[in-house]
Design a protein around this ligand. Structure first.
Ligand SMILES: [Zn+2]
Length: 298
């Protein structure tokens, strides 16, 4: 494992670039297949794919900024990113809801199916192959760089692979049975995958807004790390917060009241370095140093 944060980030950046590329290519192919041969099952899969592609592209953009600016992350970009992301996803869902309503009224109530050509399955099969590629690339990257964001990405790719298999099975089943009930069943199954992607996005956004985005596991890990590495300080509190796919860390450190200011300054720099070393996703570290009150002194 490479310990250099910038190297690891560069690796993650390449991983996300491929992942976003596969996602975009798969999406284009699916749209082409849909335009040629139709199927509401394929269309539902396309909306799921669109939401995921938006996620991928923004993951890629965020890491691009992280590499460029190092420790200082442009918060304005993050806010803008979130806003654009939500807007594009709302648009995709809006388009889907209109299309689904029209399908219900014109096709389903008439007992007819929209999956009339077996070739519609080529869209979900191609999509599945691109998902498999993204999964392999991101899993390998995770093993190499050990960045949490890569793990999240390959886990999602695995779920998407299941989605592609289910959609393909659905298209084949409807083609042979001509059953509108089987078609709508597979549409609903496919919808749960859209919901899965939406939950993944909303969880981050809501947590960021409500401030419940503290990562206890990482906080404790950092707390223990600082205690292990520094003997003459009091590690009062370490809080790691997740914002989007990144972390900000706030550490409160107590020192002897008579510590020289130059020593404090050096200590602060060292502590920031120790914290950043822990995870490639930590970008902003705030170390607050104060004199230890008499009762807290060891
Ligand atoms: Zn997905």
């Amino acid at each position: 494992m490479s310990t250099n944060v910038v190297d690891r980030l560069r690796g993650a950046y390449r991983g996300f670039m491929y992942s976003a590329l596969f996602s975009a290519l798969g999406l284009i192919l699916e749209v082409v297949v849909f335009l040629l041969w139709g199927s509401i099952i394929l269309f539902t899969d396309i909306i799921h794919w669109t939401v995921d592609t938006v996620l991928e592209i923004f993951g890629f953009v965020a890491i691009y900024y992280a590499i460029r600016v190092g420790r200082r992350f442009p918060w304005g970009v993050l806010v803008l990113e979130g806003a654009v992301m939500l807007l594009s996803i709302t648009m995709a869902i809006g388009i889907y809801m209109v299309s689904f309503a029209s399908y219900m009224v014109t096709e389903y109530t008439a007992g007819s199916v929209t999956t009339n050509n077996i070739l519609s399955a080529s869209g979900t099969i191609l999509g599945g192959l691109f998902t498999l590629l993204a999964f392999i690339v991101q899993k390998k990257n995770y093993e190499k760089f050990e960045l949490e964001v890569l793990k999240i990405d390959y886990t999602h790719a695995l779920i998407d692979l299941i989605a592609a298999i289910v959609s393909t099975a659905g298209i084949i089943a409807v083609y042979f049975t001509r059953s509108s009930n089987i078609e709508i069943l597979f549409v609903f199954i496919s919808m749960t995958f859209i919901i899965h992607s939406l939950i993944e996005i909303m969880r981050d956004v809501v947590k960021t807004i409500t401030g419940t985005n503290i990562d206890h596991e990482l906080s404790i890990k950092l707390y223990k790390k600082l205690i292990g590495e520094y003997s003459n300080i009091v590690v009062d509190d370490v809080v790691a917060r997740k914002i989007g796919s990144f972390y900000t860390v706030e550490a409160k450190i107590g020192v002897e009241p008579n510590t020289k200011i130059s020593t404090v300054h050096r200590l602060r720099k060292k502590i920031i370095k120790s914290i950043i070393e822990e995870s490639g996703l930590i970008y902003h570290v705030e170390v607050r140093i104060y004199p230890i009150p008499a009762r807290k002194r060891k």
